[in-house]
Design a binder for this molecule. Structure first.
Ligand code: TYM
Length: 339
């Protein structure tokens, strides 16, 4: 089948479930801004509120978190004129295509999703059906815009691979070349930011202790305290990166530094190799505060005017819907619906 040329288009999203972490910033938002600056791409960024409710959300918390995620994107440099920025609930086409894709995706594929297994744990019978079906909705988010590139942290890569499988199966089953085979974009020094208290777990907004993560709205003292108390081993930093093998907490702090400074982990080691934690941790805290304070100040300013944020998301949703409608209509038509 001849490949249809798809214009380079970026789609990505963040769930508004709890506060944002440094992991979301380094693994996602920071690169979203870089892709916005690259004239190759058209960029669409979404607050994926429909995904948030796969686990219980207090309505007031969901409202606040939706605006907080939008504010964090804008404060980090997403320009709602150049990028399309909106929240998912305003574009019902996502859930329509999500249903169609839940009829394309196979149960066996869903059973392989490691994030579902982690989140459901031993309680798989008790979690929502939505949590299980979630990757089909994520595929819809992406393919509703014929997005070709999806910048995500490592933890979402498997879901983007499933999106490729859904696109390929749809194209094959209907004998079309309609959906692109999307590329996950995961290169970068801090695509998997780990928990500050346990280097084997990822930093997450839903982790038990606040000390294990840096929140985007943490103040300077809190950031300094969290890095000071971050778990490490007694050894100083090794002289090179290879020497950090088997030392996940140490490696994590080096990767965070690299992500914040926009340099490679090797370059961090060239500067700090052999240093003790008493030198490295304060330098890391200073860097984090220098990078995050302007973002969190701007976030607070934006959150003081929620109507402005809502208007930005409403306008973004109109633009998103204009792209989505013809793609959804063509999907219905390919499948044989009479509408
Ligand atoms: P979510 O909301 O859990 O995370 C949003 C983005 O932040 C990245 N991220 C991290 N990156 C590095 N280290 C970490 N510790 C870390 N924690 C989070 C995630 O990889 C992600 O890129 N299913 C998605 C949301 C989604 C989506 C989409 C993404 C829904 N539809 C379509 C892309 C395209 C999620 O739960 O991300």
């Amino acid at each position: 089948m001849a490949d249809t040329a798809f214009a380079p288009r970026v789609f990505s999203g963040i769930k508004p479930s709890g506060g944002l972490t440094l992991g979301n910033y380094l693994g996602a938002i920071k690169r979203w801004v870089e892709m916005q600056e690259d004239p190759t791409y058209e960029t669409i960024y979404c607050v994926v509120d429909m995904h948030a409710v796969t686990v219980w959300q207090d309505p007031a918390d969901l409202r606040r978190a939706t605006r907080e995620v939008a504010a964090s994107m804008i404060a980090s440099g997403i320009d709602p004129e150049r990028s399309i920025l909106f929240n998912q609930a305003r574009v019902p086409a996502h859930t329509e295509l999500g249903w169609l894709f839940s009829c394309v995706a196979r149960v066996g594929w869903m059973n392989r999703m490691t994030q579902f297994k982690d989140k459901a744990g031993k309680n798989a019978e008790k979690v929502s059906l939505g949590l299980y079906a979630y990757p089909a909705l994520m595929a819809a988010d992406i393919l509703l815009y014929h997005a070709t590139h999806v910048p995500v942290g490592e933890d979402q890569k498997q879901h983007v691979e499933l999106t490729r499988d859904i696109a390929a199966k749809f194209n094959h089953d209907y004998g079309v070349d309609f959906f692109p085979i999307t590329e996950p974009v995961t290169e970068g020094p801090a695509m998997r930011v780990m928990n500050l208290r346990d280097g084997s777990k990822k930093m997450s907004k839903s982790g038990e202790s606040d000390m294990e993560r840096i929140n985007m709205l943490d103040d300077a003292d809190t950031i300094a305290k969290k890095f000071k108390k971050a778990k490490t081993d007694p050894e100083p930093l090794s002289s090179d990166l290879a020497g950090l093998a088997g030392r996940p907490e140490a490696r994590n702090l080096v990767d965070i530094y690299a992500g914040l400074a926009d340099i490679s982990a090797e370059a961090v080691m060239a500067e700090y190799g052999g240093s003790g934690w008493g030198v490295f941790k304060p330098a890391l805290a200073d860097l984090a505060v220098a990078k995050l304070a302007p973002v969190s100040d701007e976030m607070r300013r934006l959150l003081d005017a929620p109507e402005e944020l809502d208007a930005i998301m409403a306008r973004g949703a109109e633009r998103a819907d204009e792209i989505a409608q013809p793609i959804l209509a063509r999907t219905y038509d390919i499948m044989g619906f009479v509408r």
